[in-house]
Ligand binder design. Structure first.
Ligand SMILES: Nc1nc2c(c(=O)[nH]1)N[C@H]1C(S)=C(S)[C@@H](COP(=O)(O)O)O[C@H]1N2
Ligand SMILES: [Mo]
Length: 258
């Protein structure tokens, strides 16, 4: 692995490690904290050498490797991300995207329809009113961004596994692909899509999802890093081929989570 030359810009590696640890559920977090509290130890654990000073790129690479390592051993559909009390919610919750907040997609909810495609029995598009009539689930969980910050949010919506079953999705398919209004996209492996905490999110703080956080729909996956949580979702496809995603296509770790 090549040696880093530039110091991290705006990334505190210790914070990144700490936040990555917070993303992990208890068993893997214990493992993580038992010896892997430094990038050096993490490097040992993952066989990835980054001892001479982190850059955002190699810190990310190590965490990605760690994610793969953990995933191979610990991911299961019943391993839950930690949840928090209402009082822990970060306010204001940060906005993040590959552009500034005032450039976020401004979607008209009145004529919005969620497009459905691929290996699904019923491909009828869904209006927001229809989606809002489905049984609601709620979670207060932490979103961890690889750029070195995390925040706790309160999200409400439809359990994605319920929705997939409702539309007759082939849950034996390998992936679910999400297309976003501004060109962002994400591919999620089916076990993660079926994870009980994975949510088709319609609300933040029990109110209509604000524009900044992905109106009208975001996918919330607390067992994954922030970039695997697409906002402004316009289409969902169930498929066997990996269509990649905005960051994945630029080399970010594909799995990025537990
Ligand atoms: N459509 C879309 N979804 C996206 C992104 C984006 O740029 N566009 N950024 C991702 C990243 S990197 C993060 S950390 C989270 C940030 O979510 P937030 O704005 O609610 O904090 O959204 C993710 N989903
Ligand atoms: Mo992110």
């Amino acid at each position: 692995m090549s040696r880093p030359r530039q110091p991290a810009k705006g990334v505190d590696p210790n914070l990144l490690i700490k936040d990555a640890a917070k993303l992990l559920p208890a068993p893997s977090r214990r493992l993580f904290l038992r010896g892997a509290t430094s990038l050096g130890a993490l490097a040992m654990l993952t066989g990835c050498d980054i001892i001479d000073g982190p850059t955002s790129e190699n810190a990310l690479r190590v965490i990605s490797n760690f994610n793969d390592w953990v995933q191979a051993r610990l991911f299961s559909e019943t391993t839950l991300a930690p949840t928090f009390p209402e009082s822990a919610v970060t306010r204001p919750f940060p906005f993040n995207a590959y552009y500034a907040e005032d450039e976020a997609p401004d979607i008209n909810g009145d004529n919005y329809k969620l497009e459905i495609g691929g290996l699904v029995d019923n491909k009828t598009p869904w209006t927001l009113a229809e989606l809002n009539r489905l049984p609601e689930v709620s979670q207060i969980t932490r979103l961890v961004c690889v750029e070195g910050w995390s925040a706790i949010g309160s999200w409400q919506g439809v359990r994605l596994s319920d929705f997939l079953k409702l539309i007759g999705a082939d849950t034996k398919a390998r992936y679910v692909w999400f297309q976003c209004a501004e060109g962002y996209s994400n591919t999620i492996d089916m076990p993660s899509a079926l994870h009980p905490q994975t949510q088709l999110t319609l609300k933040f703080d029990h109110k209509t999802l604000p524009q900044a956080y992905g109106f009208p729909i975001r996918i919330r996956i607390p067992t994954k890093l922030g970039f695997k949580n697409p906002k402004y979702v316009t289409a969902m496809w169930v498929q066997n081929n990996d269509a990649g995603g905005y960051w994945e296509n630029q080399g970010y770790n594909w799995f990025s989570g537990l």
